[in-house]
Design a protein around this ligand. Structure first.
Ligand code: 5GP
Ligand code: ZN
Length: 114
């Protein structure tokens, strides 16, 4: 998708602070962090929202969750914990329409969010 911000980051057309990359996923620091650690983990495949997922996307989605676990451990978050969030469409608060997971940690997050 040529007009997608996160596809442009994947294609290195827009710079980002990349913390992990492999053939399926890219992880980079959020430009507007809400916690000491705030990393976005995205599939390299352009999928606009969680509502667009298909059965063949199971591998990459599982890989994203496992990548989040590894990155959280590298950031030293595995003992105190962290939050892994994906917002879907308007009511979910999604603003970039390329699926992404927010890995946030280093501070306490209340539930339900205030
Ligand atoms: P959403 O609101 O869709 O769940 O999350 C989008 C996230 O993308 C926000 O946390 C926002 O700060 C982040 N973001 C938006 N534009 C950019 C950008 O150009 N670079 C980076 N690294 N993050 C961005
Ligand atoms: Zn995209």
């Amino acid at each position: 998708m040529s007009d997608c911000l996160f596809c442009k980051i994947i294609n290195k057309e827009i710079p980002a602070d990349v913390v992990y990359e492999d053939e399926l996923v890219l992880a980079f620091k959020d430009i507007n962090p809400v916690a000491p650690t705030h990393i976005l983990i995205i599939p390299k495949k352009h999928i606009p929202t969680l509502a667009d997922l298909q059965p063949e996307d199971a591998e990459v989605m599982g890989h994203i969750v496992l990548t989040a676990k590894e990155l959280a451990a590298k950031q030293g978050l595995d003992e105190n914990g962290y939050r892994l969030v994906s917002n879907c469409k308007d009511d979910g608060g999604q603003t970039v329409f390329h699926i992404h997971f927010h890995l946030v940690g280093g501070r306490y997050f209340a539930w339900p969010p205030g």
